[in-house]
Design a protein around this ligand. Structure first.
Ligand SMILES: Cc1cc2nc3c(=O)[nH]c(=O)nc-3n(C[C@H](O)[C@H](O)[C@H](O)COP(=O)(O)OP(=O)(O)OC[C@H]3O[C@@H](n4cnc5c(N)ncnc54)[C@H](O)[C@@H]3O)c2cc1C
Ligand code: FES
Length: 279
C-alpha cells in the first residue's frame, strides 16, 4: 500500500472542533472498493488518528434522518496521525453499510470514537499469532502494523480466514509486517482449504494468540486453546445501540457475569467468555 501522506489531501483545513472528547465531525478523504462489497474509507479525524489503538472502534452516524436510527460500529483499520486520518474497512451487508458505501471524499461524517478496549500485548511476547476471520481481520491488521512499528523483533504470524479468494485482501500489506501470512478459504480458492480453527494446532509455539471473527470461529478456537499456557485475546462483535455503555444492548456472558462489548470490550480474554449463550 502506498504512503498515505500523499493521498489524504482532501479536507486538510483544520477539522471541525470536537463536540466532546469522543464525539467528532470529520470528512471522508478516501473511499475505495478494494474487493466486491468491501470498502476502505479514510476519515480526516485528527484526534481519533492520534488516540485510537488496535481493537478500538468508531461508532458512525449514517443518516441525518431516522433510517437507520442507530449508529453502526466499525473497528479502526489503521491511523495516520501525521495526516490526521483514521481508516476503516467494511463489508456492505445492509442498509447502514449501503449508505456508508455511497459516501465520497469531501462528504461529512459524524463519529463517536475511539471507543472500547484495545489489545494489550505483554512486553514478554516475542511471537504472536493473529487469526482473523472475514471482517475480523480489521483490528488484527491494525495490531500487526502498530506492533511492527513499536516492537522491532516481534515475530507475527497472520492467519486470514475467508469464504473464498475474493474475500481475501490486503495480504501485501500484511506480508510487509508478518513473518508468515496464511490464507484459509472454505472453498480452497486461495491458500489452504477449510476454516481457520482447522489449523489452530499450527499456532502452538506462539506466546500469545489474538483473534477476531464470527462466534462459531471463536468458540472453536476457545476449545482448541483451552489448556494452552498463553494468553488468548479476542475482539468481539455484537449488535450495538449507544456504544457508550448506557443501553446494555451489547452485553455478553462472562465468568464474572454480563459485560458490555462496547465498554469492557470489544477485546476480551477469550477464556473468560461464555460463547454458548447467544450474544
Ligand atoms: C465492535 C465492532 C466492530 C465491528 N467492526 C467491523 C468492521 O471493521 N467492518 C465491518 O464491515 N463490520 C464491522 N462490524 C459489524 C458492523 O457493525 C455491521 O456489519 C453493521 O452494523 C451492519 O449495519 P447495516 O445497517 O449495514 O446492516 P443491518 O441492516 O443492521 O444488518 C444486515 C445483516 O447484518 C447482520 N449484522 C448486523 N450487525 C451485525 C453485527 N454486529 N454482528 C453480526 N451480524 C450483524 C444482521 O443480522 C443482518 O443479517 C463491527 C461490529 C462491532 C460490534
Ligand atoms: S451498545 Fe449500549 S451498552 Fe453497549
Amino acid at each position: 500500500m502506498t504512503d498515505r501522506a500523499t493521498t489524504h489531501a482532501i479536507g486538510m483545513e483544520a477539522a471541525t472542533p470536537p463536540l466532546s472528547n469522543r464525539h467528532f465531525r470529520g470528512q471522508v478523504v478516501e473511499a475505495e472498493e478494494i474487493a466486491p462489497r468491501i470498502w476502505v474509507h479514510g476519515y480526516r479525524l485528527p484526534e481519533v488518528a492520534r488516540r485510537a489503538q488496535p481493537g478500538q472502534f468508531v461508532h458512525l452516524r449514517l443518516n441525518d434522518g431516522t433510517a437507520p436510527l442507530l449508529r453502526r460500529p466499525f473497528s479502526v483499520l489503521d491511523v495516520y496521525p501525521g495526516d490526521g486520518v483514521a481508516r476503516i474497512l467494511f463489508k456492505v451487508v445492509g442498509t447502514g453499510t449501503q449508505i456508508l458505501a455511497g459516501k465520497r471524499p469531501g462528504d461529512d461524517i459524524d463519529v463517536l470514537a475511539p471507543l472500547g478496549s484495545a489489545f494489550q500485548v505483554p512486553e514478554n511476547v516475542r511471537r504472536l499469532t493473529l487469526a482473523g476471520g472475514g471482517i475480523g481481520m480489521v483490528p488484527l491488521y491494525f495490531l500487526a502494523k502498530e506492533l511492527t512499528a513499536a516492537r522491532p523483533g516481534i515475530e507475527l504470524d497472520y492467519w486470514f480466514g475467508a469464504r473464498s479468494a475474493e474475500e481475501v485482501y490486503l495480504l501485501e500489506d500484511l506480508r510487509q509486517w508478518c513473518k508468515r501470512v496464511e490464507a484459509v478459504t472454505e472453498d480452497g480458492s486461495a491458500g489452504r482449504k477449510g476454516r481457520l480453527p482447522d489449523y489452530a494446532q499450527e499456532w502452538r509455539g506462539a506466546d500469545m494468540i489474538a483473534t477476531c471473527g464470527p462466534i462459531p470461529m471463536l468458540r472453536a478456537i476457545q476449545a482448541t486453546t483451552a489448556d494452552w499456557p498463553v494468553p488468548v485475546h479476542a475482539a468481539l462483535e455484537s449488535f450495538m445501540g449507544c456504544g457508550l455503555g448506557a443501553c446494555l444492548g451489547c452485553v455478553l456472558d462472562t465468568v464474572d457475569g454480563f459485560e458490555r462489548v462496547c465498554t469492557e470490550g470489544p477485546v476480551f480474554d477469550l477464556r473468560r467468555l461464555n460463547l454458548e449463550v447467544p450474544a
